[in-house]
Design a protein around this ligand. Sequence first.
Ligand SMILES: C=C1C[C@]23C[C@@]1(O)CC[C@H]2[C@@]12CCC[C@@](C)(C(=O)O1)[C@H]2[C@@H]3C(=O)O
Ligand SMILES: O=C(O)CCC(=O)C(=O)O
Ligand SMILES: [Fe+2]
Length: 371
Amino acid sequence: MPSLSEAYRAHPVHVHHKNLDFNSLQELPESYTWTHLDDHTIINSNNIMKESNSSVPVIDLNDPNASKLIGHACKTWGVYQIVNHGIPISLLDDIQWVGQTLFSLPPHQKLKALRSPDGVSGYGLARISSFFPKLMWSEGFTIVGSPFEHFRQLWPQDYAKYCDIVLQYEETMKKLAGKLMWLMLDSLGITKEDIKWAGSKAQFEKACAAMQLNSYPSCPDPDRAMGLAPHTDSTFLTILSQNDISGLQVQREGIGWVTVPPLHGGLVVNVGDLFHILSNGLYPSVLHRVLVNRTRQRFSIAYLYGPPSNVEICPHTKLVGPTQPPLYRSVTWNEYLGTKAKHFNKALSYVRICATINGLFDVNKSNKVVG
Ligand SMILES: C=C1C[C@]23C[C@@]1(O)CC[C@H]2[C@@]12CCC[C@@](C)(C(=O)O1)[C@H]2[C@@H]3C(=O)O
Ligand SMILES: O=C(O)CCC(=O)C(=O)O
Ligand SMILES: [Fe+2]
C-alpha cells in the first residue's frame, strides 16, 4: 500500500527556505509584506457582531444531540470547536511544549531536519508557500508516522521524551478523529455498515494521518503579514489545538473572515476536502488562514486525518440519486495530495464531474465517466 510519504514523489514542492530566523528581523522585509488583507471583513470575539450565527459553533461532545449539532455546524460553517472531548489537558499542554521547544531551537539546528522537496516530513516553511509571491510569517514541522528520524537530528541526546509525547498524541487523536468521523457520518444518515473500509471493528484502524506543528513568531508589522495563507485542508477532518493567542480565521460566506477564538482545552475541527467529496458537497471544506501577533508567539498543532492512502473516496451512494448526481469522481488521498501539490486551492475543481443530459463528465478531461 502506498504511504502518504510517497504522495510528493511525483510532485515535489520547491520552497525556498531563505530566512528562517524571524527573531533577527526588526522590520517586516518586503518579501513578507502582503497587501489586500481585506481586514475590514474581520469579525472577532470582541466585535459587536456577537449573534450566535456569526461565531463558530462550540459543541459539547457529551451532548446527546452532538451528531445533529455537528451536522449543522459542518453544513453552515465547515468548522466547529469541541469541548468535553475526553483528551487530558496535560496531553494538550505536553504537545504544545514539544512544539514550543522545537521552534525555540537555533535555526541551524532546525535546518538539520529540513523537509526535502519530494518528502512529507520535516521542518520548513509552509509547503503552500510555492503558490504565493510573498513569504508567510510562520514555520512548520510535519510528522507522518514516527518522528524518530527527524527528532534524533534535532535532539541527538534526548529525542525519546519528545517522541513519546508525539506517539501518545497521535494514538489519542486517532481515536478522537474516528469518533468525530462517525458523528459526522451519522448526521448524514450514514451508518457503520455503510463504510466497509472502516474495518471489522468500525474503528478506521487503517486511517492515515499527519501532524503539523506550527509556529507564528511575534511580528513587527502584523497588519501587513500573513501567518498562513488561505487554504483548505485535503483531509477528511483536521483537529487543531491552538495556544491562547488568536490568529486562526475561517471564511464564512456572506460575512468574511471570522476569528476562531482560542478556548482553553477546546479543539477546533475543520472539514477537509475529502469529507467535502464524500458528502457530495453537503459539508464543504472550510477556507482558513492565520494572522500574526505583534508581541506574542502563537503555536498550533494540526492533526490531519484521512483515509488509508489507497482507498478510493467518492460521494457516498446514500447521498446520490437521480436528483443528486455525484459531483466528484473517486480519488485516493495520495492522488488528491498530488493534485493539491499541483493545483492548490483549485484541486477540488479538478476532481469535479458535471451532469449533462447524456451522463456525467469529468469537467477537466471531457471524458464521459458515468452514464
Ligand atoms: C497530509 C498532509 C496534509 C497537508 C500536506 C500533508 O502532506 C502534511 C501537511 C498538511 C498541510 C498542513 C498545512 C496546510 C496544508 C495545505 C499544507 O501545505 O500542509 C496541509 C496539507 C493538506 O491538507 O493538503
Ligand atoms: O495554526 C492554525 O491555527 C491553523 C493551521 C492550519 O491551518 C494547518 O496546519 O493546516
Ligand atoms: Fe489548515
